[in-house]
Design a protein around this ligand. Structure first.
Ligand code: SF4
Ligand code: SF4
Length: 184
């Protein structure tokens, strides 16, 4: 059976350092206004690191009149931006804000899951940079997947595009409050 590459995210381990975001930018030389990977705070101290989810039913692929998107056998949805005519239908269709329009080039680009790195046995740059282990990859066709869920708070409904990402269930964060001293 073919692999279906996907991301695995553990919000319990993410500290919001944005190392994944910066590694993505360094690897792909994206301009400052283009965000292939984006870390957002979904609750106080709880973060979600998100890029293209290389969906099993990718809306970008379906709506693109230029056929700029291609789904590889390993599940990665690549884009050939040289074919893009700047119509931005994929930007509107993607539920995850993954396709990024560059006004200067009139082209859309987005995360390619670092397939040139993966084809050489390396992890995606974002995964390599995540020192806490919050962001990793997995094969969604692996019969022995870890105990995961398909949605966590802050993640858009999965039914439309069947995104290739799984999550560890989130645990409530422990918060500590300083007890006010009587003599202050
Ligand atoms: S997340 Fe968006 S851009 Fe990525 S494959 Fe899915 S629909 Fe396409
Ligand atoms: S590098 Fe890891 S811990 Fe840091 S923001 Fe990204 S996912 Fe979270």
């Amino acid at each position: 059976m073919f692999k279906r590459k996907g991301f695995l995210f553990n919000a319990n381990l993410c500290i919001g350092c944005r190392a994944c975001e910066m590694a993505c930018r360094n690897e792909n030389h994206t301009p400052a206004n283009i965000h292939w990977r984006h870390v957002k705070e979904i609750d106080l101290g709880t973060y979600l690191s998100m890029a293209c989810n290389h969906c099993d039913s990718p809306e970008c692929f379906r709506v693109c009149p230029q056929h700029a998107f291609n789904k590889r056998k390993d599940g990665i949805v690549e884009i050939d931006s040289s074919l893009c005519n700047g119509c931005r239908l994929c930007v509107k269709a993607c539920p995850y804000d993954a396709p990024q329009y560059n006004i200067n080039t009139n082209k859309v680009t987005r995360c390619q899951m670092c397939y040139p790195r993966q084809d050489h046995g390396l992890p995606p740059a974002c995964v390599e940079a995540c020192t806490t282990g919050a962001l990793t990859t997995l094969d969604l066709n692996d019969p022995q997947l870890p105990e995961t869920v398909r949605v966590i708070p802050g993640f858009t409904d999965i039914r439309l595009t069947k995104p290739s990402i799984l999550f560890y269930p989130t645990r409530p964060k422990r918060r500590y409050f300083l007890k006010q001293s009587d003599n202050i």
